[in-house]
Write a protein that binds this ligand. Structure first.
Ligand SMILES: Nc1ncnc2c1ncn2[C@@H]1O[C@H](COP(=O)(O)OP(=O)(O)O)[C@@H](O)[C@H]1O
Ligand SMILES: [Mg+2]
Length: 181
């Protein structure tokens, strides 16, 4: 009982001490188009605590994607953060140099797009694409880079984690030939 109480205290104090998963303050983003700056985000603030789930809804074109792209520093070349701050898990995202940004994207943060399948290159095997991420972000890992993506896939609710290593997006489904005959 004492142990359980201690644990609860520990959990509470740990979560209170944890930095916010995302803390966006007074963010202004604009896009430069046809010689003009088009403001898209004007003074947006979002706070997501550690361990919280957050849903952002709004009409099409209101700036949801722009906000997320600004957070991961993936804005189009004509976009710019004009004011405000972005902190992810305590890191000042706007202060990252290119090298830190690359490492951060490889290890700490990721964007899952609405159509993740279209993010894959149809001319490469899925496994090769996953292995590439590990080869770039973890060059110090031992040889056999394919082992790491298989391990990562094994952590997913995927019944056959090794299968994607033989598949490409354009692979014909099994039985498609028989259907046409
Ligand atoms: N690269 C860009 N250049 C100019 N305008 C853009 C660019 N990207 C997005 N926009 C404009 O920013 C606004 C917000 O777009 P977006 O963030 O995609 O909205 P949402 O995701 O909420 O549908 C829209 O008016 C869109 O046309
Ligand atoms: Mg969008």
């Amino acid at each position: 009982m004492i142990e359980a109480d201690k644990m609860r205290e520990h959990v509470v104090s740990t979560s209170e001490a944890d930095p916010a998963a995302l803390d966006v303050r007074d963010l202004y983003v604009s896009f430069h188009r046809r010689g003009r700056d088009l403001p898209v985000l004007r003074g947006v603030s979002v706070h997501i605590g550690a361990g919280e789930t957050y849903g952002l809804v709004g009409e099409s074109g209101c700036g949801k994607t722009t906000l997320v792209l600004a957070v991961v520093r993936y804005l189009a070349r004509n976009g710019s953060v004009d004011a405000g701050s972005i902190s992810v898990d305590g890191d000042d995202v706007l202060a990252f140099d290119e090298e830190s940004l690359r490492k951060w994207r490889g290890e700490r943060v990721s964007m899952v797009y609405q159509d993740p399948a279209s993010a894959l290159n149809p001319s490469m095997r899925v496994g090769d694409q996953l292995a590439e991420v590990f080869a770039i972000t973890k060059p110090c890992l031992p040889l056999m880079p394919r082992i790491w993506p298989v391990k990562a896939c094994s952590a997913l609710p995927c019944p056959t984690p090794v299968r994607p290593f033989a598949a490409t997006r354009s692979s014909s489904p099994v039985g498609s030939n028989s259907a046409s005959s």
